[in-house]
Design a protein around this ligand. Sequence first.
Ligand code: KMH
Ligand code: ZN
Length: 280
Amino acid sequence: MNKLIITCAISGAEVTKSEHPAIPYTVEETVEQAYQAYLAGASIIHLHVRKDDGTPTQSKARYKKIIKAIRKKCKDVIIQPSTGGAVGMSREVRLQPTEIPIEMATLDCGTLNFGGDDIFVNTENDIKYFAITMKERHIFPELECFEKGHIDSILRLHKKGFIFEPMHFSFVLGVNGGMTGEERDFHFLRESIPTHCTYSVAGIGRYEFSLAELSIKHGGHVRVGLEDNIYIEKGVLAKDNRELVEKVVSIAKKYNREIASPKEAREILGIKEFNHENIL
Ligand code: KMH
Ligand code: ZN
């Protein structure tokens, strides 16, 4: 089977230190979480950044500082900034990290309820605008789909020329307002994308490791991290992002799935070799 790409979503925009003390806010904390996840086997770091007080921000300057510092410690890791940001942010605010020379970023593929009164807005025009902007900036999008309709929208937009090959999907399942992460949901989604496309699965909360295992078994890729889930097992907080990645590595061993290095991850996804010397 192909090698396994592990993405670690180290921070997110929603989880706070009061929920998990290892959620990174400062530059140093963020770099350390990224570094530990990388050492454990993550080849992609999905990155949200915060101000020192924990407020989520899409500030270009903050991303630049943190990306530069991560790059120093994790030479070849793929850094994947979020263009989702936090609920309520405008298009231009969300797209700020794509003004930095980066190789990959998320592209959210549809609107959904996000708990309580929150709505995570991604209109069709937003999706087209994000896709074209990333294309112009030579940034490889990870297509974040929270339910089946999002996949359908992307395949339609692909036909219309707004979404380009190679297409790499991320099924984010278990969000309050999105699709659940039961086994049937996983199979429905993976069978809904063209067979030549790649996919990764991010299970929110209790779905994290059951979906990771299914994806490992079926040749997909996996995202874990404190953005998605703070527990290593029912009722027990994970020590940090590293421990979550280590658990995926141990599941992969059970299925004889080797872990992809960042270089191998680029090859699997079809991302052009990135010139790290010249960034920033
Ligand atoms: N924080 C969520 C509102 C992404 O990174 O692209 C959006 C999110 C998705 O986390
Ligand atoms: Zn995110």
